[in-house]
Ligand binder design. Structure first.
Ligand code: DLL
Length: 455
């Protein structure tokens, strides 16, 4: 269902005109109210009215996460605290958190784009939403909470963690809609399977997953294990939270950007030049309607491409390709660029493995080493468990056990070869016993350990 066809299916020329009008307003607004933007513009000798259409946007310099950090906590806010009604913060892995504020009007936008996301996935009033995104400073929980209520769903604010209880309630309340990270959807699916609940008996029909990169093979696994249709949702705290872009149930091929609120560009990560449709680069977003924290050309660091191909759902909103990762979680291993999702896609093509894994990059001598810890599926491992005494207690199968077993050795060799062919790096493959790879406890999962940074 299209919640707001008047915006989501607006013919592109009209959408462009709406964006141009809103862009010139937000540029003037940011210039007048945020000293950071006024100084930036003054330094460049740029006047707000020179940015009158979307083509003039390139005159405006990028805003980066470091700018928000430099003005920590509230220095980039465009309204006094008396107009701010909510604050979120994203902690990230390093440094100061990024703090974002919302006026009442901003919260309406936030709820609306989350409601659009749920509607696009197929959710309807009368359905129960099991909302397992974390509530708190993270934007996922409250975003989908208000989005669900806006659409008229019955929202269960379960938040992340406490998997056993989550599954108890899921079986009792029988929600049709699940919202959580893809890695947590897998954790929930495993707990359901452990209890012997077959996919047909899992109540979930729709799963709206995001906040971390995931692959088509992981989607297939989640669809299969939950007996559901999983769609992607993208967003970041700085822009609003979830709902910046979302997939439709019809195509599930790229996420429609809520372009009436957020103007998307893809730029070359080195030069900053705007790239043509279809080319991969860094996503840059300008907020068109936000009051508390307007951001002009915000450098998200996320790598994607845009497509304006018509979509079967009837939305005219541009689609962004699934994220390969962030420019800053790209690993450079012996000079080769490696995205964790590339490895994940290779692992997904092996029936003997689960979608859970861990990557460890180290530098034992002078050369980088990439260790891929791949987890064997329970069904496959069962056949050898009897032949590998003592291994049930260990997490990683020791080399001798793998060497001695033809089928295990074959998995290790084929996987090493497939990674070499696809990613271009010779990795050391370690096979893990079922259940040994990290699982999501409810939030974003950490699958990569770069030990080089620790020394
Ligand atoms: O993750 C907002 C969110 C909540 C999105 C719930 C979707 C669902 P942050 O914590 O600020 O906000 O993290 C933003 O997470 O720049 C991406 O790198 C990554 N990310 C978000 N959604 C996706 C996705 C929330 N669907 C950062 N696929 C972003 C891949 C994603 N990465």
């Amino acid at each position: 269902m299209i919640l707001q066809p008047e915006f989501e299916s607006l013919p592109r020329p009209q959408l462009r005109a709406l964006q141009a009008e809103r862009l010139s307003e937000v540029v003037r607004y940011a210039f007048e109210r945020v000293p950071f933007y006024r100084e930036r513009f003054d330094d460049l000798g740029l006047k707000p009215d020179e940015v009158s259409g979307t083509d003039d946007l390139t005159l405006v310099p990028f805003t980066r996460k470091s700018d928000l950090r430099d003005h920590y906590p509230f220095g980039m806010f465009a309204v006094p605290m008396s107009e701010v009604v909510r604050i979120h913060a994203s902690t990230g892995t390093t440094g100061q958190p990024t703090v974002v504020g919302y006026t009442r009007h901003d919260l309406e936008i936030f709820a609306t784009v989350c409601a659009r996301t749920l509607a696009a996935a197929g959710a309807k009033p009368g359905m129960i939403l099991h909302n397992a995104y974390g509530y708190g400073l993270f934007t996922g929980g409250l975003g989908f909470h208000h989005g669900g209520e806006h659409l008229g769903l019955a929202v269960l604010p379960i938040s992340g963690g406490g998997t056993v209880r989550q599954v108890d309630l899921m079986l009792d309340f029988r929600p049709e809609v699940l919202a959580c990270t893809p890695s947590y959807a897998l954790t929930l699916a495993e707990e359901l399977a452990r209890r012997g609940v077959s996919p047909e008996d899992v109540p979930i029909r729709l799963a709206i997953l995001g906040a971390e990169p995931w692959t088509e093979s992981m989607r297939a696994e989640i669809d299969r294990l939950l007996g559901a249709r999983a769609t992607n949702v993208y967003g970041l705290s700085e822009i609003v939270g979830p709902g910046v872009a979302f997939e439709c149930a019809e195509e599930r091929a790229g996420s429609h950007v809520a372009e009436d609120h957020f103007l998307a560009e893809v730029v070359d990560p080195e030069t900053g030049a705007v790239l043509p449709e279809g080319q991969s680069g860094v996503l840059v977003v300008t907020t068109l309607t936000k009051q508390a924290l307007p951001l002009l050309r915000y450098w998200t660091g996320d790598v994607t491409s845009l497509s304006r191909e018509p979509c079967a759902c009837g939305r005219t909103l541009v689609r962004m390709a699934p994220l390969r990762g962030r420019t800053d979680d790209m690993l450079v291993v012996r000079g080769v660029n490696v995205y964790p999702t590339q490895i994940e896609a290779v692992l997904g093509s092996f029936g003997e493995l689960t979608p859970n894994y861990r990557l460890v990059v180290s530098r034992p001598g002078r050369l980088d080493e990439l260790r891929v810890e791949a987890e064997l599926s329970a069904a496959f491992f069962c056949e050898f468990a009897a032949e590998t005494p003592g291994e049930e207690d260990a997490k990683t199968l020791c080399e001798e056990v793998v060497d001695a077993n033809h089928a295990l050795r074959s998995v290790r060799e084929r996987l090493t070869q497939a990674i070499k062919t696809t990613v271009g790096v010779t990795a050391k493959v370690h096979l893990l016993v079922p259940g040994a790879a990290p699982r999501s406890e409810g939030g974003k999962i950490v699958r990569v350990v770069d030990e080089r940074q620790l020394v």
